[in-house]
Design a protein around this ligand. Sequence first.
Ligand SMILES: C[C@](O)(CO)[C@H](O)COP(=O)(O)OP(=O)(O)OC[C@H]1O[C@@H](n2ccc(N)nc2=O)[C@H](O)[C@@H]1O
Ligand SMILES: Nc1ncnc2c1ncn2[C@@H]1O[C@H](COP(=O)(O)OP(=O)(O)OP(=O)(O)O)[C@@H](O)[C@H]1O
Length: 284
Amino acid sequence: MKVYEKAPAKINLLLDVLHKRDDGYHEVEMIMTMVDLADRLEMEELSRDTIIISSQAGYIPLDEKNLAFQAAKLIKDRYDVRKGVYIHLDKKIPVAAGLAGGSSDAAATLRGLNRLWGLGIPLDELSRLGAELGSDVPYCVTGGTAIARGRGELLEPIGNPPQCWVILAKPPINVSTADVYGRFRASQLSEHPSTAAMVSAIERGSFTYMCAGLGNVLESVTMKLYPEVEQLKESMQKLGAEGVLMSGSGPTVFGLVSKEAKVARIYNGLRGFCKEVYVVRMLT
Ligand SMILES: C[C@](O)(CO)[C@H](O)COP(=O)(O)OP(=O)(O)OC[C@H]1O[C@@H](n2ccc(N)nc2=O)[C@H](O)[C@@H]1O
Ligand SMILES: Nc1ncnc2c1ncn2[C@@H]1O[C@H](COP(=O)(O)OP(=O)(O)OP(=O)(O)O)[C@@H](O)[C@H]1O
């Protein structure tokens, strides 16, 4: 038997860091939503008790370092499943981009194996299980648009943002999330983005206020390390994107655009100096 799952990319419309915790993680307040750029997972039951991962992408680990492998192992161990699984990852989301590609694969694996093995685990329990794999995994299990607190695992669903075009541009650099959080100093922040203002913009369906409310306190840390991320943001603004922000710890920058007529100009302008540019929609 086979099951298929989509693993969409996430963007952070807002990312605030409140303080560093005693366990080394940072207490965050984020607003996350998903876009229709997705990896596709195929999962096939094996009678032999083993986990095999394959992918057409040559640049991700296929062993126990792969988050889909870790998700399969976790669910097998926790629910005492003595069967194996072959998982094929058709990667579309750029890796180490700030788009939670690996986390979304892990979440899709949890959802898919729950179905494949008829385990009947409720979604909120799967989401809790996901927290053992990474801070973005609980959100990726449930998806939608949500406020994420704690280290990212405490989720409060909210309504969908007003529909628009999302242009994603990933510069050719690898950013370490741990390094960016490690360099973040809350004391150096002059202001925090307002979660309440962003929630209100989304509830009112206001594209203009949503663009005005975008904010990510990790931006300045990543931009100091990689000035090309700031240049990319400025280019996207100059080309006419109405709201522009770095996603997660970067380096992907996304631009929100309300009118289709503007999209081609921005895409073509960015493609002049950035190879990885995607035009997507928010998932509603
Ligand atoms: C930047 C974001 O992607 C925004 O959605 C997330 O906050 C990070 O999520 P993630 O990649 O799933 O993060 P994890 O794999 O759990 O953690 C990677 C590293 O980032 C740091 N980390 C992560 C989340 C958090 N709330 N505080 C942290 O300080 C820790 O050093 C951790 O060792
Ligand atoms: N299934 C997977 N897909 C992509 N990367 C994976 C996967 N499993 C493990 N990795 C490893 O995880 C690291 C981070 O990749 P990922 O694409 O998840 O980063 P990200 O988009 O920055 O995630 P986040 O936004 O959650 O921080 C890479 O070094 C990659 O080798």
